[in-house]
Design a protein around this ligand. Sequence first.
Ligand code: PFF
Length: 460
Amino acid sequence: MGFILAATGSAIGLGNLWKFPFITWENDGGAFVLVYLVCIAAVGLPIMMAELLVGRKSQKSAVGALKEVVGPLWGSLGLWGVLCGFVLLSYYTVIAGWSLYYFAKSSSWLINGFPTGTNMGDLFGAQSGNGALQLGLSLAFSIATVSVVYFGVQKGIERIAKLFLPVLFGILVLLLISALGMSGSGEALRFIFRPNFAELDRASVLEALGHSFFTLSLGMGAMITYGSYISKNQSIVKASAIIVVLDTLIALIATVIMFSVIFSVPGMDQQVSGTGTVGMLFISLPELFFTEVPFGQVLGPLFYVLVALAALTSTMSLLEVVASYVIDNHGIARNKATLMCGGVIFLFTILAAVSFGAVPAITDLQLGGALGDMFFGGKVGWFGMADHFVSNWMLPTGGLGITIAAGWVVSREITKSELVDGTQPGWFSYGAWRFFIRYVAPVAVGAILIAVIFFGRDFS
Ligand code: PFF
């Protein structure tokens, strides 16, 4: 139970609450959501099983596990994952910090009343461009992450997941009930669940695929590391199904909530389209909670608690990937390793934190030329460059490596004995899994990489 909640907590994060609703918006809903669900089932689920089985088989963290189960050279794939965890955590913490700011802000509005007439875009710009504030917020979030991982898997990670996930579900259900009562909920449900294939293009399909890696925490060894905490009498197949279903459900519920609010206010859809990914969560919604949503004064602060909790259960899994590597491969004690890794990663968080206007040289940083375009998508600023590189290069290449390892290198006997061990549910077919992991997943992930290399696609 502790493991399943921890892994679900890793999967549920800013990807569900911040990225998914916005890319659903940009890609015109319905058909995109359907394609996303197919990607989750056909690519995400088989890779989730593959990562967990490598972890459980070896009972080791990413690098050691890949070396033992796949082969000595495959340790480098694990190292690539550790590096990816490092970079991802360094900037993810900054957005997580924003949830603390909006929690504090909306709590103060709850007490002192909402200052009508405030320009929320300006408020957002002022907070994200304030270097000292950004450093403070991301330091607070880093300390929270380090504190959990410091206490280890059972006393830290699993305990926090057990405590926070039920709270997160509870808040989400409250918000959903409130949102479904709003006038825009019918339109929101139609937008999300009624497919219109005329709106779908190849780019949307690849974006859905790229996001399925990010949202399920795949492609960087997080699920290998968490898999090493599963006991032999627990079913990998059932665990994978539960994690994938819960993650998807939360993303869909969050989207229904946000769109119901947005569609209830005339003209709001134009504003949302104009403010980009950060806009929906941190510019449009804070005000709408206070002006439109029934009980929004209370639900608003609760919503940002939800974002913070979801982010924390993800950041702790990212730090665990890096720290467990140092613990297992360099023989350093957990408390020291956690502080050390947390400290070094924070140095890079500083760069991400000041890349929203506080330090012009970092905000305007750009790598020009063909290479800059290919690896960083022409993104400006440290944050955008790091996010682009992780989402477009690190996760897909890591994911491709894992599908090849599990489908083509590890023997059929090993994967079969891990997946078909008497604990698997009746619906599971090993033959189908093997087909998906050998053919469907690598072709799909290969398509993302080809799209990035040859067509300049951006999945961040
Ligand atoms: N799955 C997380 C999200 O959706 O926000 C992001 C993430 C966490 C990716 C942990 C990878 C990881 F190892």
